[in-house]
Design a protein around this ligand. Structure first.
Ligand SMILES: [Zn+2]
Ligand SMILES: [Zn+2]
Length: 719
């Protein structure tokens, strides 16, 4: 295929501007605040689409979440899975419209449609639970922006691996001996090929002559059954001697997404068996904390066990007013959090299964916070659904909360000094309030401007008005959104200084040593309190391999930096427990087009399916060997396993004679159109090109149309 060649000078200029562009991008990501420049940006009402205030208020708290604004206004996540993640797309669009558009009121019907598809609880236009919606939206954004983060093997894994390799080596020795026995003429079953669906077995008699060929899918047991009876006993004895079979430990990996990076914290759950004293400790991730409003008995226990400050007592007059329903009873967020961390007895129906006693026992459970998230969502459990949605009840207790709070006192002592908890101060940036009864209530949101802690607004569906913070703090909160105080600018500035110096040193010139780095890393530096280690995991495919360089996600999600800068960043941000960071060279001739065999399998499946559609008709048809096509069909798969095997090069030499003429056997090949041929030869290599003779093609076409009528289409391979 022809490509337009550009002159070498043009090439250099283009590359130079590319490098400068990267530097500008890094600078913008680190320092520019694009979103809250305008007086009115962010002050957009959402139209009620029929009892959708639960959605409107939740969305307001998400579009005012500082790190989310910074991340999702960029197109970085939008290009992640084009066409396959409607909520990511629509949420990004909404954020841009809120912060960069000119409309005063928007109708978020796209998002409503997306969440209805995700969970049919939201079908219909009735009042729903704001917390449930929040978890639904965060869950989907998490799934759709997730990447694999490969982790190094544990010490235990390494031990198993060593034993496994030893076993493999011994097995190989055994196999070699078996092959020898074939030569001297014993009855053996050789397994010729292992594939996903089973094994292909060939049975031979004593002198090595093939007596049956089984090409159907044989499971290993069937292969065993092929054996002649006289050999069975001997085999049985051998089996008994075999030690337990080990398998290769699976590679360790974690799934990360910007949503987990922002909202995920970690809870420590300790349960003590009251019979044997065994203590189990478990760490669990959370995206929000659901806090029950403690009753008076629980409050007393909390105050005693955790030395918490008791909530202000209501005087006699106050209690009277509460009793007749004129005022609400009162408690504090501090007591709710402390009571969440207070021990709880698991007895009667809640008995706990002790792993030591191996039965249900009475136990004591204590929850505490191990790791703090960057954005902490607190859900005050006001609704009691035990009697079903319509028969439930609502607690109207006023929960006193502050605009700032320190989470240190709720941390487990072992985790107080953990890196991720370095800063435990949080600032309130938004809340959702529920007004009225369970079935007929109304939701409203209150949010502040990201750059001004004093400027608060009420978002009541389409109307938006300002409100003093003192009034916001008196509201009956249902969901509270706290953002961790970001660190000073110093780290950002230090990183920029290093990058700027290195870029200056090389005069912003392109170097073959340049490294590509995930731009997400710079976004983390800008928006997150807890930055975490340097990593490139957003440049990896879902299977943990480096994406192909021409992949759209790669182009949008990476910036090039000098090798020196990479080394400096590695030195500052590398974390040994996160394993090796893949170093991605800007120019790497040795890198295969596809690093990942699973991605290639998917790509083959999708591309060939597309090229076989009616849109891609061509004049010429090309031969590919039937045997190769068979292997390719096994390979191309929309959901391939890691063990998928590529078909190898296309070898057409078996189809032609020494003069290059096509041999007569028409079963030996299948014809494919030009698009399919060019794609397959481009990816898998091989040759030579063999055209299907015209006469054959006519016959093929007739056959095709009759097949078409019979509606008997093959999914892949030949046309
Ligand atoms: Zn026990
Ligand atoms: Zn992959």
């Amino acid at each position: 295929m022809d490509t337009e060649e550009s002159s070498p000078e043009e090439n250099v200029k283009e590359k130079e501007s590319e490098v400068k562009e990267s530097a500008k991008r890094i600078h913008d990501v680190l320092f520019e605040d694009f979103s809250w420049e305008k007086e009115n940006s962010g002050l957009v009402g959402f139209r009620n689409l029929g009892d959708t205030c639960y959605m409107n208020s939740t969305l307001q708290c998400l579009v005012h979440c500082p790190p989310l604004v910074g991340l999702f206004c960029s197109s970085e996540f939008d290009v992640d899975r084009p066409g396959k993640a409607p909520l990511v797309h629509d949420f990004s669009k909404l954020l841009r419209n809120v912060w960069q558009g000119n409309r005063r009121v928007l109708a978020p019907q796209d998002i409503l449609r997306d969440v209805m598809k995700l969970n049919d609880v939201f079908l219909g236009y009735q009042q729903q639970d704001a917390q449930e919606l929040l978890l639904c939206i965060l869950g989907n954004l998490d799934d759709m922006t997730q990447r694999v983060l490969p982790l190094p093997p544990t010490k235990k894994d390494l031990k198993i691996l060593a034993k496994f390799e030893e076993q493999e080596r011994k097995e190989q020795e055994g196999k070699d001996q078996e092959m020898e026995s074939l030569v001297i003429g014993a009855t053996v079953t050789i397994v010729t090929e292992v594939n996903e669906k089973g094994r292909y077995g060939v049975k031979l008699n004593k002198v090595g002559k093939c007596i049956s060929l089984r090409a159907q899918n044989l499971v290993p047991e069937d292969v065993e059954n092929c054996k002649e009876d006289e050999d069975m006993e001997e085999e049985e004895n051998k089996k008994k001697e075999k030690p337990k079979k080990l398998s290769r430990p699976p590679p360790r990996k974690a799934f990360r997404s910007p949503i987990t990076d922002i909202f995920s914290g970690c809870l420590r759950n300790e349960t003590e068996c009251l019979e044997c004293g065994h203590v189990s400790k478990v760490l669990n991730n959370f995206q929000d904390l659901s806090l029950p409003i403690p009753g008076s008995e629980m409050v007393d226990r909390t105050v005693e066990e955790r030395k918490a400050t008791p909530p202000p007592r209501q005087g006699l007059f106050g209690s009277l007013l509460t009793a007749v329903g004129l005022t609400n009873s009162q408690t504090t967020l501090d007591i709710c959090l402390h009571s969440f961390c207070t021990s709880e007895e698991l007895i009667d129906s809640e008995k706990y299964h002790c792993e030591k006693c191996k039965r249900k026992v009475n136990a004591k459970k204590v929850m505490s916070i191990a790791l703090l998230p960057d954005v902490l969502v607190l859900h005050i459990k006001r609704f009691n659904y035990h009697a079903g949605f319509w028969g439930g009840s609502k607690k109207t207790t006023l929960v006193d909360f502050e605009a700032t709070m320190d989470m240190r006192s709720y941390l487990h002592p072992d985790f107080v000094d953990h890196d991720q908890n370095e800063n435990s101060e949080f600032e309130l940036y938004g809340l959702v309030r529920h007004n009225g009864s369970l079935s007929g209530g109304h939701y409203v949101a209150y949010c502040r401007r990201p750059d001004d802690a004093e400027k608060w607004y009420c978002f009541d569906d389409r109307s938006v008005y300002d409100i003093p913070l003192s009034k916001v703090l008196q509201k009956e909160a249902y969901l509270l959104f706290y953002c961790r105080r970001t660190k000073s600018d110093s780290i950002r500035q230090q990183v920029w200084n290093v990058l700027d110096k290195n870029l200056n040193d090389c005069n912003y010139k392109d170097s073959p040593d340049d490294i590509l780095i995930s731009s997400y890393f710079f976004r983390k530096l800008k928006h997150y309190c807890h930055i975490g280690p340097l990593d490139n995991h957003r440049l990896l495919c879902p299977h943990g391999k480096i994406l192909p360089v021409d992949d759209k996600r790669f182009v949008e999600n990476s910036v090039r930096i000098p090798l020196k800068s990479w080394k400096a960043l590695e030195h500052k941000f590398k974390s040994p427990e996160k394993g090796e960071i893949p170093i991605i060279k800007c120019i790497d001739k040795d890198r295969p087009k596809f690093d990942c065999i699973q991605c290639q399998s998917q790509q083959d499946y999708q591309s060939v399916s597309r090229y076989m559609s009616d849109k891609y008709k061509t004049e010429n048809f090309y031969c590919i060997p039937s045997g190769w096509a068979e292997k390719w069909r096994e390979f191309a798969d929309p959901f391939p396993t890691p063990r998928v095997k590529p078909p190898g090069e296309i070898d057409n030499s078996i189809l032609i004679d020494s003069e290059g003429n096509l041999l007569q056997d028409s079963d030996a090949y299948i014809p494919v159109n030009e698009y399919v041929w060019k794609y397959l030869i481009g990816v898998h290599g091989g040759g030579p090109e063999v055209l299907v003779p015209k006469r054959k093609r006519e016959a093929q076409r007739r056959k095709e149309s009759s097949e078409h009528e019979a509606e008997n289409e093959e999914e892949s391979g030949g046309t």
